[in-house]
Ligand binder design. Structure first.
Ligand SMILES: Cc1cc2nc3c(=O)[nH]c(=O)nc-3n(C[C@H](O)[C@H](O)[C@H](O)COP(=O)(O)OP(=O)(O)OC[C@H]3O[C@@H](n4cnc5c(N)ncnc54)[C@H](O)[C@@H]3O)c2cc1C
Length: 244
């Protein structure tokens, strides 16, 4: 980006607002403000981690959120699904694409209704409702799940159905519509319900993958450029009409 004279500011944006003339003003934690005609928010999501002992040692190495990111690497292994609510059922069923050995852990929660239990049984998915006491393994590799009953269950990987939250509230503060899944509702090219404001990547609603985030950013960039060209053309035409 240096080659193209794009300045990079490594700073945390705390507030964002829209001025009466339609520009955007963002302010960083030191109180420095930046103004622009258009704004793209690409602040991503934070995956929620359950408060399981030892989880940080394994997260990203053998404990994951997304089967499309990490399912292939653990195919045919012993996979645990962790969920404190019924979202775990769908995740457990979907992981059958990658492995025959799937176990759903509810960590002491009793949310499974009889039709869910029946479906899980049909898929040959075991259900463990006991509380988890600890996660055991070496060098980021999960090996056992230790239950409160002191029973140790062998396990190679775990997928979490624990959801996510927005990294920042900037889009919401600006008045963006947000879905029940806490992602910003966007239209083509990352457009939001706020004119001139674009949200791309994980923060917006679509599949959460790096390549999709990059493609959404590129599409918004092209769209914004065309939009600015259109606005400038209109301005030239209007000025010429006034002068004529
Ligand atoms: C464990 C794990 C494994 C994954 N594996 C894969 C994989 O194999 N393949 C794949 O395609 N995807 C994978 N993903 C998903 C992928 O990482 C995301 O889809 C992608 O990073 C989204 O890009 P993004 O730019 O939207 O958000 P992010 O990458 O989250 O970037 C957002 C950036 O905005 C910054 N930010 C947030 N708030 C502010 C603020 N207020 N001011 C300034 N900066 C701010 C953050 O610090 C961050 O740098 C994985 C994710 C995880 C967590």
């Amino acid at each position: 980006l240096k080659k193209y004279s794009v300045p990079i500011k490594r700073t945390n944006i705390i507030t964002a607002s829209k001025t009466v003339n339609g520009n955007f003003i963002v302010t960083d934690r030191k109180g420095v403000t930046f103004q622009s005609r258009k704004l793209i928010i690409a602040t991503g999501l934070t995956d929620r981690l359950p408060s399981l002992k030892g989880i940080k040692k394994f997260y990203g190495k053998s404990i994951f959120h997304c089967p499309y990111c990490d399912g292939w690497e653990v195919k045919d292994r012993k996979i645990a699904i962790y969920s404190e609510n019924k979202n775990g059922v769908e995740l457990a069923l979907s992981l059958k694409t990658w492995s025959h050995t799937i176990t759903l852990f509810t960590n002491g929660n009793n949310y499974l209704k009889s039709p869910d239990r029946k479906l899980l049984k049909q898929y040959n998915i075991q259900v463990v409702t006991e509380k988890i006491e600890n996660l055991l393994g070496k060098a980021g590799k999960l090996q056992f799940i230790l239950l409160g009953t002191k029973k140790r269950l062998p396990c190679d990987a775990m997928f979490l159905a624990t959801g996510y939250a927005q990294h920042s509230n900037l889009a919401e503060d600006l008045g963006c519509l947000v879905s029940k899944q806490h992602v910003v509702i966007t239209r083509k090219s990352g457009r939001t319900n706020i004119p001139g404001l674009y949200v791309v990547g994980d923060a917006s609603w679509d599949i959460h993958l790096a390549i999709i985030a990059a493609s959404e950013g590129a599409k918004a960039g092209v769209y914004i450029n065309k939009q600015i060209q259109k606005e400038e053309k209109q301005q030239i035409i209007t000025t010429q009409k006034i002068l004529a």
